[in-house]
Design a protein around this ligand. Structure first.
Ligand code: CP
Ligand code: NVA
Length: 302
């Protein structure tokens, strides 16, 4: 039976270790110049309803490196953009392709697509979730810290797709998650309730970022204004102004804490320039790992 990656819960606890091992192997092979073409002749369709730099490049290059090809499908240029139904699109595309990656607004659209498709569907970001990002982030934490077990990860900012996927990760893996979000900008209530119930090491939501980052091993943030929220820009910048990762906040974390951001970043907003460009920041390694981890995911699903 085909397997999708629509959220972190699509992965069984044992799947994570398989992904880390594969990603590490693929990363090492690439660095040593050995080719690894396990997906020779395979095709991935990539439907984009929103902008992307990392997701597009890492999936496209990843498929190429694995011996397959990726097709960039801007939904505006396809019949999807002119109203062709999800059911027809998904069934028909399943006859051409071996897998589909979708970046869009509604999580339901990705789920509907997956229901109709007979090939694996990968969520490349929705308003609700961004599972590929959090998988790469976990791999990066493992690389930098040896393990993520029992580590405290503090997420500061908007209760958005990144925050929601972190909550799902904390429900599946032994990480301690603390979040600080302003009132009214909490993570999704359903995801939070399920996450709290299933969390291995606890999930705590604070209002005060200083509380949330106390003795944290990882400080994480994301933009205050996500794609699709541009009209709220002014208001959000006011509301989030105390939710910045900066030197003062970093002092509350452990001395050897690492700083993460899924990127794109806005220096001077959710993170100060001296911190994102400082010695504790791992954001570029984090972005690189999208490639290796997604290649592992593609190998498994396709
Ligand atoms: N982090 C991330 O998904 O980046 P892009 O929006 O550039 O794909
Ligand atoms: N929360 C951001 C993540 C971008 C990778 C957004 O949805 O725009």
């Amino acid at each position: 039976m085909k397997k999708d990656l629509l959220n972190i819960y699509d992965l069984e606890p044992a799947d994570f270790d398989i992904i880390w091992k594969k990603a590490q192997k693929l990363k090492t092979s690439l660095k040593e110049g050995r080719s690894h073409t396990s997906l020779k002749g395979k095709t991935l369709g990539m439907i984009f309803d929103k902008s992307s730099t990392r997701t597009r490049i890492s999936f496209e290059v990843g498929m190429y490196q694995l011996g397959g090809i990726a097709l960039f499908l801007n939904s505006r240029d396809t019949q999807i953009g002119r109203g062709e139904s999800i059911s027809d699109s998904a069934q028909m595309m399943s006859r051409y392709l071996n897998g589909i990656m979708i970046r869009t607004f509604s999580q339901k659209s990705v789920e509907d697509f997956a229901r109709w498709a007979s090939i694996p569907v990968i969520n490349g970001l929705t308003d609700l979730l961004h599972p590929c990002q959090i998988l790469s982030d976990l791999f990066t934490i493992k690389e930098k810290k040896g393990s993520y077990n029992k580590l405290k990860i503090a997420y500061i900012g908007d209760g958005n797709n990144i925050a929601n996927s972190w909550i799902e990760a904390a429900a599946r893996l032994p990480i301690q998650l603390s979040l600080a979000c302003p009132d009214g900008y909490d993570p999704d209530a359903k995801i939070m309730a399920k996450g709290k119930k299933e969390a291995k090491e606890g999930i705590t939501l604070y209002r005060d970022p200083f509380e949330a980052v106390k003795k944290a091993d990882v400080l994480y943030t994301d933009v205050w204004v996500s794609m699709g929220q541009e009209s709220e820009d002014k208001e959000r910048k006011k509301i989030f102004k105390n939710y910045q990762i900066n030197k003062k906040l970093l002092k509350e974390a452990k001395k050897d804490a690492i700083v993460m951001h899924c990127l794109p970043a806005h220096r001077g907003e959710e993170i100060s320039a001296d911190v994102i460009d400082g010695s504790q920041s791992v954001v570029i390694d984090q972005a690189e790992n999208r490639l290796h981890v997604q290649k592992a995911v593609l190998e498994i699903l396709l």
